[in-house]
Design a protein around this ligand. Structure first.
Ligand code: PEP
Length: 256
């Protein structure tokens, strides 16, 4: 069975200017012992405006953190005002890019087709997409959460080869748990993360299914990371609110 290195990624959303971003990155890096980073991968995902500063700090001080972006354009270049391409992010040393976050789907009308194009754009430029899927509350209450997650996942991976799918990180983020303080139970997280892995195994084979990292996201903090990451199919977390406080985020990482 593949050994999957846990990943804890902090999505800062539209918070922190580049000075604040530098100081948070330093705080996280220096709060964790060097040997920790051999075990768990930690990534900061700042707003676009902070990425160059964070990259300079990480490269200059040889910090063991990774960094990424919160979104990318499906296009290569050209007349797309306000967009940022995969090539630009790769040049900024990004390892990761979040794709299909529920806030993009909800506030920017991103559908499965666009998410699929963004996943392809990321892979084309050597970026690892953190592909977010997850159901709104009414779908969960109607018992449709597994089918919803599987459908979003399969649509986002459409047309990819198995070896490309193996490079994707999947994040199960139930919409009702994001920023609400209402975390999924460990059993709920395991159920859907396990089903997402099963969907990948069914379509792309056991090796790919066993390789892909599946994260849970939604109100993760130091007080609940331990029981979530103890689940067989939860390989880490995508963290929003709790990633903005250096002490709390470092504590959360240390418990992962
Ligand atoms: C997120 O936005 O990806 C997220 C999980 O947010 P929070 O941890 O604040 O719920």
């Amino acid at each position: 069975m593949a050994v999957r290195q846990p990943l804890i990624a902090g999505n800062w959303k539209m918070n922190l200017n580049h000075f604040e971003g530098i100081s948070l990155t330093q705080k996280i890096a220096f709060s964790l012992p060097e040997k920790y980073f051999a075990k768990v991968e930690v990534a900061v995902i700042p707003p676009f405006t902070d990425i160059r500063s964070v990259q300079t700090l990480i490269d200059g001080d040889k910090l063991l953190l990774k960094h990424g972006a919160q979104d990318l354009s499906p296009h290569e270049s050209g007349a797309y005002t306000g967009e940022v391409s995969g090539a630009m992010l790769a040049k900024l040393g990004c390892t990761y890019v979040i794709v299909g976050h529920s806030e993009r789907r909800q506030y920017h009308a991103e559908d499965d087709d666009l998410v699929n194009k963004k996943v392809r754009a990321a892979l084309k430029h050597g970026l690892t997409p953190i592909l977010c899927v997850g159901e709104p509350l009414e779908v969960r209450e109607a018992g449709g959460h597994v089918a919803h997650g599987r459908a979003q996942l399969i649509a986002a991976l459409k047309g990819l080869k198995a070896e490309q799918v193996a490079q994707v990180v999947v994040a199960y983020e139930p919409v009702w748990a994001i920023g609400t303080g209402r975390v999924a139970t460990p059993a709920d997280a395991q159920e859907v993360c396990g089903e997402l892995r099963a969907a990948i195994t069914e379509k792309y084979g056991a090796e790919v299914g066993g390789t892909v990292r599946v994260l849970y996201g939604g109100s993760v903090k130091s007080g609940n990371i331990g029981e979530l990451i103890a689940q067989a199919d939860v390989d880490g977390a995508l963290v929003g609110g709790a990633s903005l406080d250096g002490d709390e985020f470092a504590k959360l990482c240390a418990l992962a």
